[in-house]
Ligand binder design. Sequence first.
Ligand code: SF4
Length: 125
Amino acid sequence: MSEQIVKKTYTCIVCPNGCDIEAKLRGKEILSVTGHTCPKGEAYVRQELENPTRTIATSVLVLGGEIPLASVRLTSPIPKELIFPAMEEIKKICLNAPVTAGTVVLSRVCGTDSDVIVTKNVGVV
Ligand code: SF4
């Protein structure tokens, strides 16, 4: 029995235009991508279908700092299915002040090539 053709719709997030894009699939085969008004939109939808990735920007605890949290982010996007495991790892981080922006506080999160880095200085109380 041949697989059914399925339609999936996306709102492109690459730029503020927010084009509605439709993909037609048969199983995992992408038959068509329509509705994008530039090549970036098609690339975005193909990436979402073939290898969706996400990034994280959050905060971690700081002890003895002028503020109790330091903002952190990933150095590169990771596979979407690793976002929750990565957040669990990041939640365990507790830094001692002072904290310097750019410091790597967790390398190769969940076995990926992405590191967690601090994005804000936090001085001592
Ligand atoms: S398809 Fe192109 S123009 Fe439309 S939202 Fe995406 S990036 Fe912007």
